[in-house]
Design a protein around this ligand. Structure first.
Ligand code: SF4
Length: 404
């Protein structure tokens, strides 16, 4: 059971946030059921993207640029963009479905200064040759890319997947696979699926005019299943890996009891888990990184944290537990003393929830905010701006309070 007092509220804000989300294109080479971007404008020019980089540097104070889309790897200037970001002294990280990734492209990106990838792989992506597969089947694909990135070396790798009600019970298959990949995979992220439905919803724009919700890619005709919540994802991860513990969170923009971002970091060896970092270590990591670099932290530059992590044990009960587990493991298997000590983060994101009054409970201090016409806009809802000029309010039809 999650209790907010047991976790560190991440200190991120609009103007001091480690993540700058830059969308380079709205074109994609596959189609995910949970996608929230419509193809309307195509690739942005390199000039526009450089302006966005500088805008973020001025107003966001980022530690990394999350290069997103659409699918960023199909943008013709992706290598030049990565090199430009690197020149600005901010880590470039590509968010990709990896479909277009080859060892040659990977090598060029690394040379240009790429820090790492977040790869989105799940069973609702309509991937050619991977239709009707389970999350467990897809571990083979995750493994292919984990091996490819590891062979190149020096890059950070996170896998994320959208969690649908039908795939909730497959989360353990991904978590168990991740535990065997401590050297190659530095993070897993689970994002709970959300949609609006045309059969019972009416949308209005800021002038209270009814809008055509079907223009939004994340609207379905109907959806009868119950959405999965962040705490439910936490629960099933905990049942699979009892050593997992959350250490940081972001709440909701409206509801006091939401867990929008829940973040934990496992401490492990090559392919075994010792425990997690706790709230104190998360606080130290954020405040310490800000003290030394002037920025908060979202991605470590290396997952090989080493045994120094245990130095925080006197102040962090979770790290003490991990240290004891490692000591017991070394007594049983002395050769493990020479294995590296690694970290693997597990994050849970609960996408926006529609409230009965038509507003949406968003992530407090939205880390994935992006730029639309010179302003910051939550990337998950930017298509409402692109289609209707601003956020829409969505009410249940039966409430009958819409003027059109
Ligand atoms: S509010 Fe921000 S962080 Fe949360 S899902 Fe939307 S874009 Fe992502």
């Amino acid at each position: 059971m999650l209790e907010k007092k047991d976790y560190y509220r991440l200190p991120w804000s609009m103007n001091d946030n480690p993540i700058a989300w830059i969308e380079v294109t709205d074109i994609c080479n596959i189609h995910c059921d949970g996608c929230y971007r419509q193809h309307m404008t195509g690739h942005k020019s390199l000039e526009q993207l450089k302006e966005e980089v500088l805008f973020f540097k001025k107003w966001r104070n980022p530690d990394n640029f999350s290069i997103a889309g659409g699918e960023p790897l199909i943008h013709p200037d992706i290598i030049e963009l990565v090199a430009f970001m690197k020149e600005q002294g901010v880590k470039p990280v590509i968010l990709t479905n990896a479909q277009a990734l080859t060892p040659e492209l990977l090598h060029e990106l690394k040379k240009a200064g790429l820090a790492g990838f977040t790869m989105h792989i799940d069973s609702h992506q309509n991937r050619p040759n991977w239709l009707n597969k389970t999350e467990k089947d897809l571990n083979e694909l995750r493994q292919k890319y984990a091996d490819m990135v590891y062979a190149e070396g020096g890059l950070y790798l996170v896998f994320n997947s959208t969690v649908y009600p039908s795939t909730y019970h497959e989360i353990p298959d991904i978590v168990r696979w991740g535990q065997e990949q401590f050297e190659k995979v530095q993070g897993l992220v689970f994002i709970t699926y959300r949609t609006m439905t045309l059969d019972d919803s009416i949308g209005t724009d800021k002038e209270d005019h009814q809008v055509d919700l079907s223009k939004l890619s994340y609207v379905r005709d109907s959806f009868d299943e119950k959405f999965v919540t962040g705490p439910e994802v936490y629960q099933i991860i905990k049942e699979t890996c009892p050593e997992y513990e959350a250490s940081g969170y972001l709440g909701g923009s409206i509801r006091h009891d939401s867990y929008k971002w829940t973040i934990g970091a496992l401490i492990g060896g090559k392919n075994r888990v010792y425990g997690s970092v706790g709230k104190k270590t998360m606080e130290l990591a954020q405040a310490g990184h800000h003290w030394f670099t002037g920025r908060y932290l979202a991605y470590l530059s290396t997952a090989k944290i080493g045994p120094k992590i245990f130095l925080v044990g006197p102040w962090d009960e979770e790290v003490r537990k991990a240290w004891k587990n490692r000591a017991k493991d070394i007594l049983r298997h002395p050769s493990h003393l020479f294995e590296s000590v690694n970290m693997q983060s597990i994050g849970i994101i609960q996408a926006p929830d529609l409230l009965p009054d038509g507003r949406a409970d968003m992530c407090d201090s939205c880390p994935d905010i992006t730029i639309y016409e010179g302003k910051f806009v939550n990337s998950c809802r930017m298509d409402e701006y692109r289609q209707f000029g601003g956020f829409v309010s969505v009410l249940e039809k039966k409430e009958d309070v819409i003027s059109s």
